[in-house]
Design a protein around this ligand. Structure first.
Ligand code: ATP
Length: 334
């Protein structure tokens, strides 16, 4: 159990490469005891921001601190932060075990840490195989094992699910949740919301280098207007009752009613109390993927829906405001 002090704090962080503003005025905090997802389309600036947090590149302006200090000033960096930015670059003829023992020597930690780390990431069975024969998913696990060698307080992971099969993704999810539940901190990037939506507690969404959302995933869901879709032989009466109860109502082309801002139980209770028959009632699932597309204002090429959904913001129009108080944290535009 860690003491809960592992905190990453990013304040007004910016980085330009020549004329290109890769990261613009980025601010957020990754808290202990939580998995924070750092989400954005390709090229949104995630890796650049993570590299600044880890002291690998200098910001153009702003600060990134870990436990209140820039990474370079941490007295025991491997014991504070374990990072995976890239699952390549292993020596192909070294075994996984040999690779980790080299790290153990470099980090001045006991060799047993190598076995422990391999065990933690489920690679013990491949400990004596040469890394050159590893799949991308196995390399991801080995990279994670390397990051865990110092028994760090904080994990910083750039696209850790890349190359993992569904079983590997499920394993990673449980691993990271357990890591955070022990009072430690996870900051993980992804460009694919569905991949991390069951893993993260908080979300920082970036687009074109700027924050467009910073808050809890549950709040993001809750702030979206929800609808309950209802099939009834008496839509007019249900409309009157729903409106009297303060809910908006829309008529759908298929004959159903959409009752706005409530849930199926409330609508069913309302109908039952007034003796209105219902043939079907269903909460509309909030499609976070569409929401992500909306927030990133079309920068997210991977979220292009299958021809059915049209982004709510057209060229030249103002972007829709992000939800609630977690709205735009930068005026840099979506
Ligand atoms: N060293 C560099 N020199 C010049 N431009 C760079 C450099 N590193 C990143 N960039 C540019 O900065 C922008 C942000 O890149 P970055 O890799 O941080 O995005 P990302 O969100 O991590 O994307 P991806 O999901 O594709 O990895 C991109 O336009 C990229 O081409």
């Amino acid at each position: 159990m860690h003491d809960g002090s592992g905190r990453i704090h990013v304040q007004g962080l910016s980085k330009s490469f020549g004329q290109l503003p890769a990261v613009q005025n980025l601010s957020f905090t990754a808290h202990p005891g939580m998995v924070t997802g750092f989400l954005g389309p390709n090229g949104a600036g995630k890796t650049t921001a993570l590299r600044m947090i880890l002291g690998l590149i200098q910001p153009t302006s702003g600060t990134a601190t870990i436990n209140g200090l820039p990474f370079a000033e941490l007295s025991n960096p491997a014991g504070v932060v374990g990072a995976v930015l890239d699952a390549h670059g292993f020596h192909p003829s070294r075994t996984a075990h040999h690779h980790l023992r080299c790290y153990a020597a470099a980090m001045n930690v006991p060799d047993e840490q190598a076995e422990r780390a391999l065990d933690l990431v489920g690679l013990k069975i491949a400990a004596n195989r040469k890394v050159g024969s590893f799949s991308l998913g196995m390399r991801q696990r080995l990279a994670l094992a390397t990051a865990l060698m110092g028994d760090p307080q904080i994990l910083v992971l750039d696209e850790p699910a890349n190359g993992l099969d569904p079983e590997g993704i499920a394993w990673l999810r449980e691993f990271l949740k357990a890591f955070a539940a022990s009072g430690r901190t996870v900051l993980m990037s992804s460009h694919f919301l569905r991949e991390i939506e069951h893993t993260v507690d908080r979300l920082v969404i970036v687009s074109h280098g700027c924050n467009v959302y910073d808050g809890y995933l549950d709040e993001l869901r809750a702030e979206q207007s929800s609808r309950t879709l209802v099939q009834t032989p008496d839509p007019q009466q249900l409309t009157v009752e729903a409106q009297d109860a303060g809910f908006g109502v829309e008529y759908l082309p298929d004959g159903r009613l959409a009752v706005l801002g409530t849930d199926s139980q409330t609508v069913a209770d309302l109908a039952a109390a007034r003796g209105i028959a219902l043939y079907g009632v269903q909460d509309e699932r909030i499609d976070l993927e569409h929401l992500f597309f909306q927030l990133t204002h079309g920068q997210y090429s991977g979220a292009q829906p299958h021809g059915a959904w049209v982004p709510p913001v057209g060229p030249g129009q103002q972007p829709l405001p992000p939800p609630g108080q977690h709205g735009p944290t930068s005026s840099g535009g979506l």
